[in-house]
Design a protein around this ligand. Structure first.
Ligand SMILES: [Zn+2]
Length: 526
């Protein structure tokens, strides 16, 4: 009897970090049967000569909870060799609705291309028990016990742990804090104990109120969660920022005792690039001079302010104290509507200012006014320093992720980070080996979350496999615009290069740049 699938003659990178070796992978009934020098009949043979065969990538932080209800293909992550995504991140999610109908709701809604691993997000759990009061206060002891019991049920049916947030900007219904932000220490202890008593699961928490900066109180919370759960805790967001030059190193120093206990900060290999729309310039909202732009938001008023010499002078003054702004080399003219400006597309404000011999503030605002506010700029705010990123990406305590494929889809898209890591950081910049990069995308997150049957090329494990060309694998460093949300809404996506095949449970779901499968994914259970 033949194999279902035989992937022949690839460079096998098994996900453990050991050196690539030439060989083949045989698959039957959705599982890897043999790895090595194999021949024999198979229903489907994939010639992998000249390419890398690796375990499918596991994305730890995605926020696809809502998107999976209409996009079973889980794009754009599924274009990048990702075969499992963790959802229910940062304390937000759509379940539980009613516990008994949750499985049915999920099955009704989702026929997923790739696997879904659920964290139990605390916000809907608190809502479920406390109603709208969850938005206002801590739970009573009785409510805490009820939430704890629900969380226990979720863990017993396979949740991979729970998630929460303490970030000020995580607002929900009517601009009020997300319900999980009101969880008291007694509550958090009770919820962490659910994991401790079962000896499984992990916690994910959006922790750093200032990006990349771990404050004393946050250190203490991290330690509290580690002690009361006895389980690993991953926290976001560890982004390098050039306005607080040592923030990331300070955070790692401060977190060191907790890292020893199982804490894992998360970072992304990508610079964080967002779009700036000059009609809604919230990227500059931290500058006092820009307050006027949000008071009268008519085009006329905004143009008048952008032209105003006093406004420009005040902004120039404020820029001496940069406020997470970076500098003009980080701001690029992405798209202009008026023809005379088109030739400047793709250039940074610093480059244009240099060429025109003008001050950067004037250069920037002159373009905005000349284009009648229609131009779009992009701003790369974090993870832009190559030397510092090389340091972070080689730090084994850091969990690589933060793709956020299903979050803030109108502004930015980083979910191509697996192919970006392999293309930009491995091939072009040579800061880590391909074997280590693959390990960080596969067995590392699998082990962290306890996804025990995936993440390695090993007989007996599920046949989640990506086959890619090491000479072309990659993606751009920022998203591209598409209008493909339900109702034609805008989102940012990130196309991939060099991914030749992706297999999920032994089925080819992506080949030749196209999604070719449908429902091979399953709901993973811890
Ligand atoms: Zn998140």
């Amino acid at each position: 009897m033949g194999y279902d699938v035989l992937i022949k003659n690839g460079a096998l990178i098994d996900g453990t970090g050991t050196a690539a070796r030439h060989g083949s992978v045989a698959i039957t009934d959705g599982k890897i049967i043999e790895v090595g020098e194999i021949d024999g009949p198979a229903n489907q043979v994939i010639d992998a000569e000249g390419t890398v065969v690796a375990p499918g990538f596991i994305d730890p932080h995605t926020h696809y909870d809502a998107q999976i209800c209409w996009d079973g293909a889980v794009t754009p992550s599924s274009w990048h060799g990702v075969t499992s995504v963790v959802v229910g991140n940062c304390g937000v999610g759509i379940a539980p609705c009613k516990l008994e109908s949750r499985e049915i709701a999920m099955r009704d809604l989702v026929l997923s291309l790739i696997h879904l691993a659920f964290l139990a997000p605390l916000t809907p759990f608190r809502h479920y028990v406390m109603g709208t009061e969850s938005l206002e206060r801590a739970a009573t002891p009785k409510e805490t016990r009820d939430i704890q019991a629900l969380l226990g049920e979720a863990m017993d049916v396979g949740a991979f742990g729970f998630s929460s947030t303490i970030l000020n900007q995580h607002l929900g219904f009517q601009g009020r804090p997300l319900a999980c932000r009101n969880a008291s220490r007694n509550e958090l202890k009770a919820y962490a104990n659910v994991l401790k008593s079962r000896g499984k699961g992990a916690i994910e928490v959006a922790l750093t109120r200032q990006i990349g900066v771990l404050e004393e109180e946050q250190c203490e919370l991290l330690d509290f969660l580690l002690d009361h759960s006895g389980r690993p805790v991953t926290f976001i967001a560890l982004f390098d920022r050039d306005d607080i030059s040592e923030a990331v190193r300070d955070t790692l120093r401060r977190a060191a005792p907790m890292i020893k206990k199982g804490a894992r900060p998360q970072t992304s290999p990508l610079p964080l690039t967002r779009e700036i729309n000059m009609r809604n310039p919230f990227s500059f909202a931290a500058f006092p001079s820009w307050k006027r732009l949000f008071e009268d938001t008519s085009e006329q008023a905004q143009i008048a302010i952008y032209k105003d010499r006093a406004f420009r002078d005040q902004f120039r003054e404020e820029l001496k104290n940069p406020l997470a702004f970076g500098n003009w080399e980080r701001i690029t003219l992405h798209e202009a509507q008026t023809n005379p400006l088109k030739h400047l597309e793709g250039l940074t404000v610093a480059e244009i200012a240099g060429a025109q011999g003008k001050d950067a503030v004037d250069t920037f605002l002159d373009i905005v006014v000349a284009d009648n506010l229609s131009c779009e700029f992009t701003m790369a705010s974090f993870n832009t320093r190559v030397d510092r990123m090389a340091e972070l990406l080689n730090d084994p305590s850091i969990l690589i992720g933060l793709g956020d494929g299903g979050a803030h889809v109108d502004m930015l898209c980083d979910c191509g980070y697996p192919t970006y890591l392999l293309g930009t950081w491995v091939r072009e910049r040579g800061v880590l080996s391909i074997e280590q990069a693959v390990r960080r995308l596969t067995s590392d997150p699998a082990d962290f979350f306890g996804i025990s049957d995936r993440g390695r090329l090993q007989p007996g494990l599920a046949a989640d496999i990506v086959i890619f060309d090491p000479d072309t694998i990659g993606s751009g460093n920022r998203g591209e615009r598409r209008y493909d949300l339900p109702g034609g809404g805008k989102r940012m996506v990130m196309p991939s290069r060099g991914v030749q095949y992706t297999l999920v449970n032994g089925d080819v779901v992506y080949a030749g740049g196209q999604i070719v499968g449908s429902g091979s994914g399953q709901i993973l259970r811890a």
